[in-house]
Design a protein around this ligand. Structure first.
Ligand SMILES: *[C@@H]1O[C@H](CO)[C@@H](O)[C@H](O)[C@H]1NC(C)=O
Ligand SMILES: *[C@@H]1O[C@H](CO)[C@@H](O)[C@H](O)[C@H]1NC(C)=O
Ligand SMILES: *[C@@H]1O[C@H](CO)[C@@H](O)[C@H](O)[C@H]1NC(C)=O
Ligand SMILES: *[C@@H]1O[C@H](CO)[C@@H](O)[C@H](O)[C@H]1NC(C)=O
Ligand SMILES: *[C@@H]1O[C@H](CO)[C@@H](O)[C@H](O)[C@H]1NC(C)=O
Ligand SMILES: *[C@@H]1O[C@H](CO)[C@@H](O)[C@H](O)[C@H]1NC(C)=O
Ligand SMILES: *[C@@H]1O[C@H](CO)[C@@H](O)[C@H](O)[C@H]1NC(C)=O
Ligand SMILES: *[C@@H]1O[C@H](CO)[C@@H](O)[C@H](O)[C@H]1NC(C)=O
Ligand SMILES: [Zn+2]
Length: 904
């Protein structure tokens, strides 16, 4: 590849001023449109060398006349001597090749101009090594333990910008084309693409090699093209109940064949479910599900060839946490929602990535609850996401869910929880805002109108607007939620004489003073009143406008002065609410004392607690009142409000020390006691075999009760552990093992520690190891814990580094372990920075910062890490959080502790 000579360009510029300077835009020019690719890839997986070679023949339509062909290529060896540009009439040639390293452009400067409206063929020949980069066309392997043989395979991961590492192409989502793929490989392997094989023939020179043509793939973006050459086994071939009777095959390495395959069972059902929900037939006839040993993500939704990461696979039935299985089921449901959101209808550019990730995440939640309503998985995921974003989004550095990105690293950096989970909450907001029927009508017309095409977020707004016949401007409203980060605090003051409601808004910041110059949102207002507690009525009665000023509204049925009003039923939109004192009193009275919690929806009950605690932390409310509201938990029978309330309390409790910390513990014991007593004894859990649907609440109750030493929880945990370890026939259910082992270690000494550590070292079951690792962090003796840390630290295995992280997080949540564990992290920071990814380092530092009590400790953190580049962003996030906590300690903790003291 030749680089353009700069001197030559300066010369050209002087001579012909109208020629543009270096092409410095991050997007490809639109003068050429690729219509079809013929791709031939020959894969070599010999033991000595693994590489691939191939050719691509692209049909191009010139939309404008142009004298260059600009497309993407990266890390490919392109044989320039074999590059051709042809039309039906004649052959073109090129004078020069230019390469742009930042955007991976490969530019052919042509001898003759391509003419507007004409068709051309570009042919390129290339080759590259298969390495284990987890991007482009990469290699992986597994070992057949019985024969001690290494088996190699090659697979693609093209999303978001890696197709260009496998073949030269127009690697932007809006350049959709059809693809004919032909794979060449040794007969020992199976070659897969997104489409069925048409036919195969012998390779004319390589012995035992074949070439197989695959059917044409329908119009698609490059990031969704996929192929693989492998010798994995097919666990089962199954037909689904869809329009095309799609055939599923399930490929994996032989030792996994007897695993409970959530993807195998769920995928056909999910595909049929979505087909029905979206009223849109899945267009392909087959899907291969490939479970591969190594992968960059949890899974990838490629058309016709869906790939799952073996590392995320739950262990066999009964030997992995329900939580792990729920997460995996969510992943499977997410990938199949993508077949419509992403594959069929694709975002024009990566700024709108949330249009496929947020929708697929949300529809996955809905699908899980439709498939198995009693497990309430979707509902719990939504509650968790709400908790996360109300917490996270209150700092001033949070990104918008739709934000512009340019180069490949920014594009990869777009795949964050903002696009996925906050994106999902935004789709949920749309659903609740316009109501179920209009929402699905709009979604269906969106999918049908843009089928095999590309969209921007405005197209979604338009489809929904058309379907719903709204009396408000949906685009304007929704843009205010997707194009800026954060969320508002709405203040609602009632006039009890006139019945009028006065409202205003401001952005909510934790640890910062509320400012008058705040951004604003179009906030949908739906009110629920006590005499008619209909929390299903989520379409807005009014809007709080943006730009904003104080607004007064009058409800048609004027609420009586002695009944509460609650804004934002089901928390369908992300905003906090502060009410006038009397309304808060009415709410608390009713929640605490009325039967059925006054009819208040469980998500609103959780949110009332969350809002009040947040308001107290910025001094807009008193902690005394917050603790009165927390008293309502004593009668609370649902997990969600408990989880949110206790989660927030634990976070604040971790910041206290001395007498205040002691009082906090007493308070938590009191708070949890009635709940603990309303559940069966922990030691009986092995015999009672709890139903799947009850596991989350049971886990919460026992883990929190044992953490706070409620009643006989610790003794029960020890008893459970003794039963189990005395060779009893009764299995200790995996979901409760952590609780049992944790108490065993917390109360035990060296002997107990070494027992569990020994089990950890000997185990071959990854799920079991993670559980032991998390329990090992419960020891009170750092010297013992250090043995574990040193052991896992030295190992290069991925599983061990996972276990390291899990154990450290447990340790950091125990006040007696925070300081030594923190010191250990700092003294090993450099090596940790090499082992872990930025996301993991952020998690680690944030857990540490959450538990640091003094400014000095925080300063130590920045002193130690300031010269380590990998820690730049994690450190900034940790310090932000640390500063918010320090401010809370200074301004609020005495108010908090005083209010708490009155209740113990
Ligand atoms: C290639 O052609 C397009 C369309 O004519 C033009 O916009 C672009 O600047 C050209 N690129 C280079 C490097 O000359
Ligand atoms: C391309 O052709 C040139 C001139 O004929 C030759 O020197 C060069 O080795 C060729 N390159 C390759 C990769 O075959
Ligand atoms: C894989 O190959 C690419 C391109 O040659 C290189 O940049 C990358 O570092 C390699 N990755 C690994 C893990 O070897
Ligand atoms: C193909 O499989 C046969 C039989 O299992 C084996 O002997 C041979 O070494 C394999 N060849 C390659 C290239 O993998
Ligand atoms: C692509 O493959 C289809 C068969 O699936 C064939 O009909 C078509 O002619 C091929 N297109 C090209 C350009 O080779
Ligand atoms: C909705 O608001 C946008 C501005 O955000 C405006 O461009 C558009 O014309 C409005 N649509 C209608 C129907 O008023
Ligand atoms: C909103 O209203 C409340 C109550 O009247 C008032 O205290 C607050 O300052 C107002 N906030 C803004 C941003 O106007
Ligand atoms: C671990 O395995 C070794 C060898 O199989 C055995 O001797 C040892 O007792 C085991 N340790 C534990 C704690 O099970
Ligand atoms: Zn996704």
């Amino acid at each position: 590849m030749s680089q353009l000579n700069e001197l030559c360009w300066i010369f050209l510029l002087l001579m012909i001023p109208s020629t543009p300077a270096m092409y410095d835009h991050y997007r490809l020019p639109t003068a050429l449109e690729p219509l079809h690719y013929n791709l031939r890839i020959l894969t070599h997986l010999e033991s000595t060398d693994q590489w691939f070679e191939g050719s691509v023949n692209i049909d191009l339509l010139a939309r404008e006349s142009t004298k260059n062909i600009t497309l993407h290529a990266a890390y490919l060896k392109i044989d320039e001597n074999r590059t051709t540009v042809r039309s039906d009439k004649d052959n073109n040639c090129f004078t020069d090749i230019e390469v742009n390293e930042v955007y991976n452009f490969y530019i052919l400067h042509l001898c003759q101009e391509l003419e507007k409206g004409q068709l051309y063929q570009l042919e390129l020949h290339f080759s590259a090594k298969l390495n284990d980069s987890l991007s482009g066309y990469y290699k992986s392997s597994y070992t057949d333990e019985s024969r001690k043989e290494v088996h190699r395979l090659a697979i693609t991961q093209f999303s978001p910008t890696f197709a260009r590492q496998a073949f030269p192409c127009f690697d932007e989502p809006s350049f959709k084309s059809t693809f004919n793929v032909t794979l060449g490989h040794h007969k020992n392997y199976t070659g897969l693409t997104g489409m069925p094989v048409l036919g195969c023939e012998e390779h004319d020179s390589l012995e035992n090699y074949i070439w197989c043509d695959h059917e044409q793939l329908l119009r698609t973006s490059t990031y969704l093209v996929a192929y693989a050459v492998h010798d994995l086994k097919n666990a089962a071939t199954e037909e689904s109940d869809t329009f095309n009777r799609v055939i599923f095959r399930n490929w994996m390495q032989p030792k996994l064949l007897d695993r409970e395959m959530i993807s195998r069972q769920m995928a056909p059902k999910l595909l049929a479910l979505y087909e029905n929900l979206f009223q849109s037939n899945f267009p392909l006839r087959k899907i291969d599900q490939l479970t591969v040993p190594t992968h960059r993500f949890s899974a990838m939704e490629n058309w016709g060839l869906v790939v799952f990461n073996e590392e995320r696979l739950p262990e066999n039935q009964g030997v992995d946490l329900q939580q792990q299985k729920d997460k995996y089921a969510e992943t499977v449901a997410h990938e199949y929602a993508h077949q419509w959101f992403g594959n069929l209808v694709t975002m024009k550019w990566w700024n709108d990535l949330w249009l496929k990730e947020g929708t697929s995440t949300y529809f996955a939640y809905l699908a899980l609850d439709i498939l198995q309503p009693d497990l309430t998985r979707g509902e719990r995921f939504i509650a968790k996401d709400l908790g996360t974003f109300f917490g996270k989004d209150s700092s001033d550095t949070v990104p918008a869910i739709s934000k512009d990105v340019k180069d490949p690293s920014q594009i990869l950096g777009q795949f964050t929880e903002y696009v996925y989970e906050k994106g999902a909450l935004t789709v949920r907001m749309l659903h609740k805002l316009i109501g179920k029927e209009s929402f699905f009508r709009g979604i269906r017309s969106f999918l049908s109108k843009y089928s095999l095409g590309n969209v921007a977020q405005g197209d979604l707004w338009d489809s929904l607007e058309e379907a719903a016949h709204l009396d408000f401007n949906l685009s304007r409203a929704m843009d205010s939620w997707t194009l800026q980060g954060g969320y508002p605090l709405v203040t609602l003051i009632r006039d009890y004489k006139t019945g009028g409601l006065t409202l205003n808004q401001t952005r909510f910041y934790q640890g910062q003073n509320i400012s008058k110059n705040s951004p604003c949102w179009w906030v949908p207002l739906s009110f629920v009143k006590q005499s008619l507690p209909d929390f299903e009525q989520t379409t807005p009665q009014f809007w709080l406008e943006c730009p904003s000023s104080t607004q007064v509204v009058h409800l048609s049925g004027v609420p009586a002065p002695d009944e509460w009003i609650i804004l934002n039923p089901q928390v369908s939109t992300i905003f906090r609410v502060n009410y006038d004192e009397h309304n808060w009193d009415l709410i608390r009275e009713s929640y605490c004392n009325d039967p059925n919690s006054g009819g208040i929806h469980k998500l609103n009950r959780a949110q009332l607690i969350d809002d009040f605690m947040a308001l107290a932390s910025v001094k807009l409310q008193k902690y005394d009142k917050a603790f009165s509201l927390l008293e309502c938990l004593k009668k609370e029978e649902d997990l969600l409000p408990w989880q949110r309330g206790v989660g927030i309390l634990n976070g604040l409790g971790a910041l206290l020390h001395g007498q205040e910390a002691k009082e906090f513990k007493i308070y938590m014991k009191r708070l949890l006691l009635p709940l603990y007593n309303s559940f069966p004894k922990l030691a009986g859990i092995a015999l009672s075999k709890p139903a799947l649907k009850d596991i989350p609440f049971l886990q919460f109750v026992y883990s929190q009760s044992c953490r706070h030493h409620v009643d006989d929880c610790i003794n029960q945990a020890k008893l459970l552990n003794t039963f189990h370890r005395n060779g009893s026939q009764v299995e200790l259910p995996i979901d409760f093992q952590k609780i049992a082992y944790c108490s065993f270690l917390e109360e035990g000494g060296e002997k107990e520690f070494l027992t569990i550590f020994g089990l950890f070292q000997n185990s071959t079951n990854a799920a079991q190891r993670r559980i032991w690792a998390s329990a090992l962090g419960c020891t009170r003796d750092f010297k013992l814990f250090e043995q574990f840390l040193d052991f896992t630290f030295k190992s290069k295995e991925k599983l061990f580094s996972d276990c390291y992280m899990i154990a450290v997080r447990t340790a950091l949540s125990r006040e007696y372990m925070v300081t030594p564990t923190g010191n250990y992290i700092l003294s090993h920071a450099k090596t940790l920075g090499e082992i872990f990814k930025k996301k993991e380092l952020t998690g680690l530092l944030v857990s540490l910062a959450e538990n640091l009590q003094s400014r000095e400790e925080l300063e130590q953190l920045s002193v130690h890490l300031k010269d380590l580049k990998e820690y730049e962003e994690p450190l900034r996030k940790a310090l932000d959080l640390g500063q918010i906590n320090q401010k809370w300690l200074k301004d609020c903790s005495s108010d908090f502790s005083e209010a708490l003291r009155k209740r113990i």
